[in-house]
Design a protein around this ligand. Structure first.
Ligand code: GAR
Length: 208
């Protein structure tokens, strides 16, 4: 059984999707053992507490240097015996220390079809604002491993979502969450826990 540690910063709907999938028995070989937030007021923490999951908070601003923050987060994750780390709306950039300590063991959910609308500065609602500005007809979400390139790690699953006339960033965000993120993130986590994802270079091969 793999220990899954979920990193959050906000509302935590992706965390909820993981908890729901776990409760439905869809994540057989793993268990969410801890939720760590960059924000002490994140509603995601309440979701964790409501489900009896241990929580912790680590704030970037409590460390004067980025490297010290990176080291502290790495140690915290090691102390929780994390086998898999899931970034579920985690809005703080991860440092090299964490990424190297957990190579191909960190999964992120990004609310667009990478390599579109991704990289530094593309997070949350901004991603959907940019997609609408560009006028794309299809967007979606990507579950991928995290490496040192922002949103550049091996892609695990992607799912497309239609953009409709009259969409606002908020409406599009909700559709992308419902039709893509909340489906592919738990699926990617389940596949990882069952050792069904092989990383070859910057690509993945799924055996299912
Ligand atoms: C989600 O849409 C997630 O894909 C996005 O933030 C939102 C968090 O919502 N993440 C990023 O933009 C990361 N670059 P949630 O807290 O309700 O899961």
């Amino acid at each position: 059984m793999k220990n899954i540690v979920v990193l959050v910063s906000g509302g935590g709907t992706n965390l909820q999707a993981l908890i729901d999938a776990q409760n439905r028995g869809e994540i057989n070989s793993g268990k969410i053992t801890c939720v760590i937030s960059s924000n002490p007021n994140a509603y995601a923490l309440t979701r964790a507490e409501n489900n009896g999951i241990e929580t912790a908070v680590i704030r970037r601003k409590d460390y004067d240097e980025f490297d010290k923050y990176d080291e502290a987060l790495t140690e915290l994750l090691k102390s929780k015996n994390a086998d898999l780390i899931v970034l579920a709306g985690f809005m703080t950039i991860l440092g090299k220390g964490v990424i190297r300590a957990f190579e191909n063991r960190i999964i992120n959910i990004h609310p667009a079809l990478i390599p579109s609308f991704c990289g530094e500065g593309y997070y949350g609602l901004r991603v959907h604002e940019e997609a609408l500005k560009k006028g794309v007809k299809v967007t979606g979400a990507t579950a991928h491993f995290v490496n040192e390139i922002c949103d550049g790690g091996p892609i695990i699953i992607q799912k497309a979502v239609e953009v409709k006339d009259g969409d606002t960033p908020e409406i599009l965000q909700k559709r992308v969450m419902e039709q893509a993120e909340w489906i592919i993130l738990p699926r990617a986590v389940a596949l990882f826990c069952e050792d069904k994802i092989k990383v070859i270079g910057n690509k993945t091969v799924i055996s299912d």
